[in-house]
Design a protein around this ligand. Structure first.
Ligand code: ADP
Ligand code: MG
Length: 387
C-alpha cells in the first residue's frame, strides 16, 4: 500500500470520526538496521535505513483543550486533556503521542486541542520500529500544527525521550534518528557517540532489502539484554577504555588471560561488528555488494556464536539465504534487532526479490513449521508533512 493510499484511508476515517476533513497530515517511516547490532550502547556505529512503510497522522483542531486520537491499527480511541502537562495514560499506545506532546510543552511550545487519526503500514511490534514511526509522525504533525520546526536532531531526541519516559522503553537513538533524518535511496551511518548521521548513497536500483519476520519472539529477552550490557561494561573496564567503541582486537587479544572467556567473546562481537559496520558503509558507497553481503553473513555468525543473541528461527532464515547463490540474487543476510526472534534482513538483487521471498517462505516453513512475513523495500525518505 502506497503512502498516498494510507493518507487517503486515514483522511476518510478522520471525516467519518469527526465529520470534517483533516487539515494537517504527517507521515514517518519505520526502519531496518542493515548492520551494526548491539553496538549502539557501546557508543559505536549502526547502519539503518528507513523502509517504505509509514505511520500517518491526520488531524484538525477541536474547540476543546483536549486531544482525541483514534488508531485505525488498534481500533481504539484515546482522549486526554491539555489543560495541564500531559501525563502517561491509557490506552498504552497513546503514551507514544502523549510523550511527544509533553516534549513540546516542556519546550514552552503551546499545543492547542486537536483530533487525529493514526493509520500505518509499519508492522506493529514487528521489530521495524512502529513505535518511532508513531512518535516521529506525531512530532512532525505538531510542528505543522504549531507552525514551528524543531532542529531535526532535537526532534529525534525529543521522540527518544518520549519513548523512554512515557513508554518505559530505554531505546537508543537509531530508530528516531532514522525516522527523522533518512533520505530516499540512502542508508544512514549513525555514530552513537557523537550522535551524528551520515547519509550513505544506496542509489543502485538493482539491489533491494527483504525484511523477513520470523514471527517468533522468545521471552527472557530483557534479562539477557541487561546482562549483555553488563558484560560490555566489564570488558571496557578491563581494557581501560570508556566504551568498547575505543577498543581494538589487538587490545582484546592482549588482555585474553585477564578476561573472562564469555566476556571476551561478547567484546569480540562488539569490536568486530563496529569494524564491519564501517566497512559496510564504505562498500555500499562503492556498490561493492559482494563485500556488503559477506559482512552481513559475518555479522550474523558473530551475533550467533560470540554474542549469543540469535535463535533457531533466525538461524534458519540465514541458512536458507546461504543456500541461494549470489548469481541467483542473494547478496547477504543476517538477524536484525536485539535478537531472540523478530526479523532478519536480506540484501538481494531487485529482479530476484519475489523468487527469493518465496524460497524464504518454503525453506523457513520446512525448517520451523512456521510461516515468515516478508516485505521488500528500497531505502525510503524520512518524516514529512503531506500537503
Ligand atoms: P516496534 O517498534 O518494533 O514495532 P514496539 O513494541 O517498540 O515495537 O512498539 C510497538 C507499540 O507502538 C505498539 O504496541 C503500540 O503501543 C505503539 N504503536 C505503534 N504503531 C501504532 C499505531 N499505528 N497505532 C497505535 N499504536 C501504535
Ligand atoms: Mg519500538
Amino acid at each position: 500500500m502506497s503512502l498516498v493510499s494510507v493518507v487517503e484511508r486515514a483522511s476518510e476515517m478522520f471525516a467519518k470520526c469527526f465529520g470534517v476533513p483533516p487539515l494537517w497530515k504527517a507521515a514517518a517511516p519505520g526502519r531496518v538496521n542493515l548492520i551494526g547490532e548491539h553496538t549502539d550502547y557501546n557508543e559505536g556505529f549502526v547502519l539503518p535505513m528507513a523502509i517504505e512503510r509509514f505511520t500517518v497522522l491526520v488531524a484538525n483542531r477541536n474547540s476543546k483543550r483536549e486531544v482525541t486520537l483514534h488508531s485505525v491499527t488498534t481500533g481504539e480511541t484515546a482522549t486526554f486533556s491539555l489543560r495541564t502537562k500531559v501525563e502517561q495514560g491509557t490506552p498504552s499506545w497513546s503514551n507514544y503521542v502523549r510523550g511527544v506532546i509533553a516534549g513540546f510543552q516542556e519546550r514552552g511550545i503551546k499545543v492547542g486541542g486537536f483530533n487525529a487519526v493514526i493509520d500505518s503500514t509499519v508492522p506493529f511490534g514487528g521489530g521495524v520500529s512502529s513505535s518511532a514511526a508513531l512518535e516521529v509522525a506525531a512530532a512532525t504533525l505538531l510542528e505543522e500544527m504549531v507552525g514551528k520546526s524543531l532542529d531535526p536532531i532535537e526532534k529525534a531526541l525529543l521522540c527518544q525521550r518520549a519513548e523512554h519516559q512515557f513508554a518505559g522503553v530505554p531505546c537508543g537513538i537509531m530508530d528516531q534518528f532514522t525516522s527523522v533524518l533518512a533520505r530516499e535511496n540512502h542508508a544512514l551511518m549513525l555514530d552513537c557517540r557523537s550522535r551524528t548521521a551520515t547519509p550513505v548513497p544506496m542509489t543502485d536500483p538493482s539491489v533491494t532489502v527483504l525484511v523477513v519476520n520470523s514471527n517468533v519472539r522468545h521471552r527472557l529477552v530483557d534479562g539477557v539484554y541487561a546482562s549483555r550490557r553488563q558484560q560490555c561494561e566489564t570488558a571496557a573496564k578491563v581494557l581501560k577504555v570508556r566504551a568498547l567503541r575505543d577498543a581494538t582486537l589487538k587490545d582484546l587479544a592482549a588482555a585474553r588471560r585477564t578476561i573472562d572467556p564469555v566476556v571476551f567473546r561478547r567484546a569480540r562481537h562488539v569490536i568486530t561488528e563496529n569494524e564491519r559496520t564501517i566497512q559496510a558503509a564504505q562498500a555500499i558507497g562503492r556498490r561493492n555488494w559482494s563485500h556488503v553481503g559477506s559482512l552481513m553473513y559475518a555479522s550474523h555468525a558473530s551475533l550467533r556464536d560470540d554474542y549469543e543473541v540469535s535463535c533457531p528461527e533466525l538461524d534458519a532464515i540465514v541458512k536458507v539465504a546461504q543456500e541461494i547463490s549470489e548469481e541467483d540474487g542473494m547478496i547477504g543476510c543476517r538477524m536484525t534487532g536485539a535478537g531472540f526472534g523478530g526479523c532478519a534482513v536480506g540484501l538481494v538483487r531487485t529482479k530476484t526479490a519475489k523468487a527469493i521471498a518465496r524460497r524464504f517462505e518454503d525453506g523457513y516453513e520446512a525448517m520451523t513449521g512456521n510461516m515468515p512475513s516478508i516485505f521488500a523495500s528500497r531505502p525510503a525518505g524520512g518524516a514529512r508533512v503531506i500537503s
